[in-house]
Design a protein around this ligand. Structure first.
Ligand code: 5AD
Ligand code: SF4
Length: 459
């Protein structure tokens, strides 16, 4: 495992120059991959002498871990950088920006040109170098930029300051080879690289030893997990090996691609107790014409067949998806196909998006872009179709007792705890803080589109 000792000397010099109460605050945009990167960054910064703080106004170092999947995600970062300029005038503050936007030349150049108060810029592959970059900035007083184009890095073995002590993300692969015609990820995160299975198994065993009950395996397309030098070893093999680990209660993964999902994996859902009955399978659209234009390599019939199979193997599986509306050339008929598919599948939850043209992707060049008002109207019709389905599915659970991993105290009502069922349903119930981290039986008594409420069942 990578040891921060490799940067020991640098860390030592850096710590000497810091106040004993030096602190950092990370603002994370985007997906779970970024969230997990932020946990690693937080760990590296703490080793280097910057304690984490929840309050950005107190932080000596503010770091923005950025996302470029949609235009709106980038705009949020530019807005925040504008705000930070004022803060920096008032006090001594170091500002660092990293993540997907910094892997993209256009966005990086924009930050360099318009936000001269940014001190450190680095990419998605060189978190481990952060102490050196900070030191270089402190010593020279100049902005420091370090972008690593090589996607296989030392970051793999960094430890993480996990947000929850009893659940954890675990990277199994990086990058994506799919080149969906709308997506920027293959350009920012590079080609697929899978971690060796032994490294993953070792990491998970260590996590379990430290009290972790649930892991979420992360990759842009976990079904194409294929470690070099392990001929024929598949994602399903990895799941079976992980399920053997004593003490590991729950295994989740995201994200899978419908074109690569195997029957073996669906069978694993039925046969492996720790594999949670929750499948996130992005469909993106319900029209074959649009799916072809998106370069997705499956049709609605293929997708529906997978759903039929998984439902027949695991009747209580909860289904989640990603759907995009307003892709170039999407007609009213195409959109109706999406609504029709959504009604067929009966999702439990979904991430819904307005298509956002990303410079450099083929779809952005399509001259037949859909007007904003049409996109927004379709988006509203989509959510109007989805939310009653979510509600109906959640209401079917009323009266059932479900195991809930307790995550914390509810933000809205401090007397309530929140947690997740195996099927990833957010569940609230009354209880004491000392129950956090436990898996407990909760009898569901009410439900709406987005969460369940219940009470703790006495054993
Ligand atoms: N515009 C809108 N949504 C997008 N996604 C990816 N690229 C775009 C884009 N250009 C969505 C997809 C993907 C999810 C992570 O983000 O639905 O599954
Ligand atoms: Fe993007 Fe498609 Fe790869 Fe997902 S599978 S990251 S949508 S290119």
């Amino acid at each position: 495992m990578y040891s921060i000792n490799q940067e020991e000397q640098i860390i030592h010099i850096l710590k000497e120059s810091l106040a004993p109460d030096a602190s950092h605050h990370i603002m994370t945009y985007g997906c779970q991959m970024n969230e997990h990167d932020s946990e690693k960054i937080s760990w590296v910064l703490e080793q280097a002498g910057f304690k984490p703080t929840e309050d950005p106004d107190q932080a000596d170092l503010i770091l923005l871990n950025t996302c470029s999947i949609r235009h709106s995600a980038e705009d949020k970062v530019y807005g925040k950088l504008g705000e930070l300029k004022h803060q920096k005038r008032k006090r001594k503050l170091t500002i660092a920006v990293c993540g997907c936007m910094m892997q993209r030349k256009e966005s990086r150049d924009c930050v360099l040109k318009k936000f001269k108060h940014v001190d450190i810029i680095f990419g998605t592959n060189n978190i481990y170098k952060l102490p050196s970059l900070i030191l270089e900035h402190y010593e020279t007083g100049r902005p420091v930029l370090d972008i690593e184009e090589n996607f296989q890095t030392e970051d793999d073995a960094l430890l993480a300051n996990r947000y929850y002590p009893y659940k954890s993300f675990v990277n199994i692969m990086y990058g994506c080879n799919n080149f969906c015609s709308y997506c920027i990820v293959p350009y920012t995160r590079g080609r697929e690289v899978s971690r060796p299975s032994q490294d993953i198994l070792r990491e998970v065993k260590n996590l379990v030893k430290s009290g972790v009950a649930e892991i979420t395996l992360l990759g842009q397309n976990v079904n194409s997990y294929a470690p070099a030098l392990e001929d024929g070893y598949s994602f399903t093999n990895l799941i079976y090996d992980l399920a053997e680990i004593d003490g590991l209660k729950r295994i989740r993964f995201m994200t899978s691609h419908p074109k690569d999902i195997s029957k073996d994996l669906l069978i694993a859902f039925r046969d492996l107790d720790p594999l949670c009955n929750f499948l996130h399978l992005p469909v993106q659209a319900g029209s074959n014409f649009i799916l072809d234009k998106m370069n997705r390599h499956y049709h609605r019939e293929d997708y529906m067949r997978i759903i039929d199979q998984v439902k027949s193997l695991v009747p209580d599986i909860a289904l989640c998806t990603d759907i995009m509306v307003g892709f170039p050339e999407e007609s009213e008929r195409d959109f109706e196909d999406t609504l029709d598919l959504v009604r067929y599948v009966e999702y439990d939850s979904a991430f819904t998006f307005l298509y956002s043209p990303r410079e450099g992707t083929p779809a952005a060049k399509n001259p037949n872009q859909i007007p904003k008002e049409v996109k927004q109207a379709r988006f509203n019709r989509l959510t109007d179709t989805l939310y009653p389905i979510f509600e109906r599915k959640n209401k079917q659970l009323i009266g059932q007792t479900m195991d809930v991993l307790v995550e914390g105290v509810s933000k809205q009502d401090k007397t309530m705890l929140t947690g997740r069922t195996e099927s990833f349903k957010l569940t609230h119930f009354k209880g004491d803080k000392n129950l956090i981290g436990k898996i407990l039986p909760i009898r569901i008594h009410s439900a709406n589109s987005f969460n369940l409420e219940g009470e703790l069942v006495d054993k």
